[in-house]
Ligand binder design. Structure first.
Ligand SMILES: *Cc1c(COP(=O)(O)O)cnc(C)c1O
Length: 221
């Protein structure tokens, strides 16, 4: 019940052009199905095994986004079905995703995750590394990957001016890279700061607890 209400509220707050990634990590399959029935098709998960389990049990037209750190040796488990890997934080990982995408004869969409939090040690590439990787991509190094944009996680803080600076920092890089190749996705903003993120140019927001409520610590299908 409360999930339907939450979901409708979020949908009303988000302009139609902004993609909602419903972050379903730690929530059971039946809960995801409930949100699916309300029309949601894009879901975000942060663990490979959990995503694989859920994908097998849920409808095929769900677009699965991986949003958590991905180890290279686990890419193979999701390469056959994942829609977008939002958390690409190294060239090594990109090379492996490309290899697995070739094996599966598909193009995998990815976002480069850039470190934007001023204090937190959240994962992500430095800007210089992201630029380097992007230019290699433009030169045609990664045949079966489409870099569709950038992802960033802001500092968890009450200080929205800090968060705004971090978001605008990524928006600036997004615009810079877009002059080389038009990018479509700027993934910033979570439950606590998604409205600010949209103000700052987000085209995609990743929202978990404001839809699903508080997460359990572990996942049971
Ligand atoms: C869990 C998570 C979210 C969603 O967080 P909420 O605060 O529950 O909306 C968004 N992005 C990433 C990378 C996450 O790990």
């Amino acid at each position: 019940m409360f999930i339907a209400k939450n979901y409708k509220e979020i949908i009303e707050n988000i302009p139609p052009k902004v993609t909602l990634v419903a972050v379903s990590k730690n929530h059971p399959v039946e809960t995801i199905r409930q949100v699916y029935e309300l029309g949601q098709r894009v879901f975000g998960e942060n663990k490979v095994q959990e995503m694989v389990t859920k994908q097998a049990l849920l409808p095929d037209d769900i677009k699965w986004h991986l949003i958590g750190h991905l180890q290279t040796n686990k890419v193979k488990y999701i390469a056959g079905f994942v829609d977008t890997i939002e958390s690409v934080d190294s060239e090594k990982l990109l090379i492996e995703i490309n290899k697995q995408a070739i094996k599966h004869q598909r193009i995998i969409k990815v976002l480069l995750q850039v470190k934007i939090a001023e204090e937190d040690s959240k994962t992500g590439m430095e800007v210089s590394e992201a630029k380097e990787v992007f230019f290699k991509y433009l030169q045609g190094h990664f045949t079966n990957i489409s870099i569709t944009g950038l992802m960033g996680i802001g500092t968890l803080t009450e200080d929205c001016e800090k968060t705004r600076r971090e978001f605008l920092f990524l928006k600036h890089l997004f615009d810079q890279l877009s002059t080389q190749k038009p990018l479509e996705t700027l993934s910033i903003g979570m439950s606590g700061d998604y409205l600010l993120a949209i103000e700052c140019g987000a085209t995609s927001v990743r929202i978990g607890s404001s839809i699903f409520g508080i997460r359990k610590q572990t996942f049971n299908p």
